[in-house]
Write a new protein. Structure first.
Length: 173
């Protein structure tokens, strides 16, 4: 066998054929190992800030205050930065001094999507997350385009992380 026909087993480090589906030494399922390792890498799903104006009522406030409210909403937007990955949600808050909050997806237990009238008219919604993390029991994400589809992706990633870490949830009545 030449070196082009072989590879190293990721489980036991023995040399096996490149086309092998199962290691002949340790019996590891190579396809399952490759799939698990693919999920272990963290990928960014969304990074950015919420929209400056994400509700119809904010537009009304901007018009009534002749644009002054827009500056207020702009500062609020600058004060929040989201980074959502396949394993965690990071929220940075503040303008001059900042606070970073990070919540692992496997700790998120419940996803609620709320569509108040003003947000619905502007094409946005709010995602409320409940977590088992004591430092961040509730998170609110808003002002993100296509937040509903992102919520579905987050739920799938959360379930995948729970399975990868072998965590089961206990539902309390």
């Amino acid at each position: 066998m030449s070196d082009d026909d072989t590879k190293v087993c990721p489980a036991c480090a023995e040399t096996i054929k490149k086309a092998a589906l199962k290691c002949r030494y340790c019996g590891a399922d190579l396809q399952a190992l490759a799939a698990t390792q693919g999920f272990a890498t963290e990928k960014i799903l969304f990074t950015g800030r919420p929209a400056t104006i994400f509700s119809a009522w904010q537009w009304v406030a901007v018009v009534l205050t002749l644009g002054v409210a827009y500056l207020f909403y702009l500062v609020q937007r600058i004060a929040i930065k989201y980074e959502i990955t396949t394993q965690r949600i990071k929220i940075e808050r503040g303008v001059l001094s900042t606070t970073k909050e990070s919540v692992e997806l496997f700790t998120i237990e419940h996803y609620d999507i709320e569509k108040p009238l003003g947000m619905r008219l502007a094409g946005f919604c709010m995602l409320r997350l409940r977590s088992s993390d004591a430092s961040s029991p509730r998170l609110n994400l808003y002002g993100i385009a296509n937040l509903e589809s992102l919520a579905d992706t987050l739920r799938e990633c959360s379930l995948r992380e729970r399975a990868r870490r072998r965590i089961t949830s206990i539902i309390q009545p």
